[in-house]
Write a protein that binds this ligand. Sequence first.
Ligand code: HEM
Length: 477
Amino acid sequence: MSSGDPRGASHDDAMRAPGDPVGPGSATWGQASIVLMRGAVLALAVALVAGAIGVLYYIPGVPDRLREAGFAFKTLRPVHTSFVMAWIFLGGVAVVHRYFEDHSELIDAGGRARLRAQVWLWVLAGVGSLVTIAMGITSGREYLGFHPVFSIPMLAGWLLFAFTFFKMTGRGFLDRPVYVTMWGVGVLFFVYTFVEQHAWLLPEVFAHPLTDIRLQWKATGTLIGSFNLFVYGSLIYVGERLSGDTRYAHSRLAYALFAVGVLNSFTNYGHHTYHLPQSHTVKWISFVVSMTEIVILTRVVWDIAASVGRRAGAGFACTRCLLTATKWWTAAMLGSAIVLSIPPLNTIVHGTHVVTGHAMGTEIGIDTMALLAALTWLLESRRTRSADSQTTRRDIVTRRWIIAMNIAAAALVTWLHVSGTVVGVTRYIGTTPPEWFGSLSVAMFVTAGLCTGGAMLALLLRWSPELFAPARALTRP
Ligand code: HEM
């Protein structure tokens, strides 16, 4: 292990030790992580554009014009939520492929063929979903709003990825760090829950709305649990590579996060379905488990940010800034999760923008900040020494954009919680919010939303020259 390498050295069987010549094959793993991260960033850009147009629907008088222009809210929302999910999954899978590059032998012909098929199947599913949703062909389902025919290439691509994953990590799987375990369980969860998500295609399920909703939210909870495991694993891996501290990925706390994350994947549906008839025990179990998860996560993110902070030295300014943002967001969303999960309070805020604020807040603040940290680490770790000095100046400006994005996103999420609470409480006491509050709410949601979307798109544009640079420029120094 060469501790001088700022990119951190591998610690387990290290098929290819740091500094070993990069064979043409291994470059493929490296390029795979970049190609997948490009797909992730494109999915995020699509989601942001759909979100930005969608938020305009809140401005009185605008919806008719948007509809005339062919932008129906019923197509914008599924594009937004489905492509946000694609961003989070693809971002996590990109980090897994970087792990392959850092820890595995050269890719064989079978691996290369699987990779190519996996990427093309997902391109087909992504483009197909976008085009058909834009034509108004949707499943009407929350989060998986595309036509189920595209679930076939999505799942087929995932099964190829699953095969590659376990082929690469199967030997000594149980001795590998927690992030490999998290990714492994995330891979399997996705298969199980993605299939379960399509139970509505069965006539006997579709005919019983209560069963259908229960199944849908149970499956959505596990699907979110699956991508959380990818994000947690990526966070711990990037933290390890930046800090050089390999002990954390074997620590009890990291495994506690893994264990409660898995448990929560099966119980968190409870607090998505408080409005359905079910025993109070289920509600309180999902409350306690969800709270335990976010408490442990807060501790883990703080530990990682601290260990990265301890590793002094230059570089990775944007990654450190994004890890710090993830730290503060996790703590903030802990508060939101507690409010939302206490059954009586949930009754008041259910169906209001508190739920939208919570969903967007966790996915922007925790998942997106953590994956943007992985993106900036992936890019900076590929820079040649000579590039370092010039880009540092550029990074200082980028860091300011990251701070601006977080301020706008914090305003957006805070406002959604405030406006949702006012609507929920006034609804509960049988009245409506004052008119001025309605106009203020629109102004705040639209302004904070467009500032968040604008800053995030500006950042993606700033990282694009490096991310979309031709392959040879991406080979590690
Ligand atoms: C990475 C950034 C973002 C993520 C991860 C994200 C995620 C989400 C999620 C999960 C939902 C569904 C919430 C629910 O269940 O009710 C949602 C809804 C929505 N988001 Fe975002 N969002 C992001 C950025 C934005 C931005 C920048 C805007 C505005 C410019 C925006 C506008 C909307 C709108 C209008 C809705 C629908 C609200 C409704 O149903 O009334 N989102 N977003």
